[in-house]
Design a binder for this molecule. Structure first.
Ligand code: NAD
Ligand code: TYD
Length: 353
């Protein structure tokens, strides 16, 4: 990381039109993607991340001495920087994770969401288009702009509604969802108008290592460790469709390798759970880990609902399953074993209650 400029030149000369540029690769999903990418023996990664509150270089500690990873601290909206990186490294693809990602923050302060998710994605698309149009024929044909998005662009489902498919009309309800929907539309337009070879993936709620503890599952784990209230919004019956982050990363790798230009793919875990069921499951794991503080469910506290809180999300991943052969591997219930280890590693020693 922060490799010296000589290393930068070596990486660019040796790997032109092979390496990939990842944005937001110090965040939750981006860091899992970069680690998995290098672990599965892939080509080098240039990782552009602004290191907002949500980005953390500790997530990438396992590859700090890996010369296949070049970390660049910067903003996707900095067009001169993005243009210089594209020229220097000549990537064969851009995998775009960088975003403001938390719904509650978007309710309290939407401006950053418009800036990064919309204006930032626009800047990245403009520079990607300029770079891609100047490529020789073969790398130009092979180039991909993979845009990582969310199921929240589709709005909210009633209990009996079918799951979201790629043809579900967009109906974003939060400023976060609206900013992601806008970025999806820009990506679509850049394909349609300019022919930029884009692929968009819309994924459901992720869980796994390195998630910032403002999101439901890590927040509940951390609060349970500290013997603090476990806040449940509204009646706790809102439903989310949970996917293990490693499965999401595999879906993105598959979409990058085999996804058709201009297509969108929904990625989901076929694991719909109410929030109260998720929190109760986490409490049961905590009870095993710290029996002296059981039952952790005594900390569950119903609080005022999130304004505009979407009732239910559910993804139909049939298209990526049928067309690209991807499937979620990790069952939500089996993940509890992994969570036990993760809880012990992340919170057990460093943050004793
Ligand atoms: P995150 O908030 O954990 O990480 C975002 C990363 O982007 C951080 O490292 C941050 O420093 C970086 N970043 C923010 N603004 C930037 C900017 N202007 N320039 C450069 N870097 C910037 O987010 P996440 O949960 O890892 O989500 C990654 C992507 O996946 C987002 O686009 C999000 O919309 C999407 N997504 C997330 C989920 C989920 O469950 N977390 C589900 C579906 C889709
Ligand atoms: P979150 O992790 O913020 O993801 P998203 O809003 O993108 O789905 O929230 C997941 C669900 O958990 C959502 O229905 C809101 C709810 N929630 C709580 O009940 N309490 C909390 O403290 C948080 C952060 C979320």
């Amino acid at each position: 990381m922060g490799a010296a400029s000589n290393a930068h030149h070596t990486t660019s000369r040796r790997h032109g039109h092979q390496l990939i540029l990842v944005t937001g690769g110090a965040g939750f999903i981006g860091s899992n993607f970069v680690l998995d990418w290098l672990a599965t023996g892939n080509t080098p990664v240039v990782n552009l991340d602004r290191l907002t509150y949500a980005g953390n270089l500790h997530n990438l500690a396992a590859i700090k001495d890996d010369s296949r990873h070049v970390f660049v601290r910067g903003d996707i909206a900095d067009r001169a920087l993005v243009a210089a990186l594209l020229q220097r490294y000549q990537p064969r693809a851009i995998v775009h994770f960088a975003a403001e990602s938390h719904v509650d923050r978007s309710i309290h302060g939407p401006a950053e969401f418009i800036q990064t998710n919309l204006v930032g994605t626009f800047a990245l698309l403009e520079e990607a288009r300029a770079y891609w149009s100047g490529l020789p024929h073969a790398p130009r044909e092979a180039f991909r702009f993979l845009h990582v998005s969310t199921d929240e662009v589709y709005g909210s489902l009633a209990a009996e509604d079918p799951a979201f498919s790629e043809s579900t009309p967009y109906a974003p309800n939060s400023p976060y969802a609206a900013s992601k929907a806008g970025s999806d539309h820009l990506v679509r337009a850049y394909h349609h108008t300019y022919g930029l070879p884009t692929v968009t993936t819309n994924c459901s709620n992720n869980y796994g290592p390195f998630q910032f503890p403002e999101k439901l599952i890590p927040l509940i784990i951390l609060n349970a460790f500290r013997d603090k209230a476990l806040p449940i919004y509204g009646d706790g019956r809102n439903v989310r469709d949970w996917l293990y982050v490693g499965d999401h990363c595999e879906g993105i790798r598959v979409a990058l390798a085999r996804g058709l230009s201009g297509e969108t793919y929904n990625i989901g875990g076929r694991a719909e759970r109410t929030n109260i069921d998720v929190v109760t499951a986490v409490c049961a794991i905590m009870d095993e880990h710290r029996p002296q503080n059981a039952p952790h469910s005594r900390l569950i506290t119903y609080v005022k609902d999130r304004p505009g809180h979407d009732r239910r999300y559910a993804i139909d991943p049939g298209k990526i399953e049928r067309e690209l052969g991807w499937r979620p591997r990790q069952r939500f219930e089996d993940a509890s074993g992994e969570y036990r280890t993760w809880v012990a590693t992340n919170y057990g020693e460093r943050n004793p209650a």
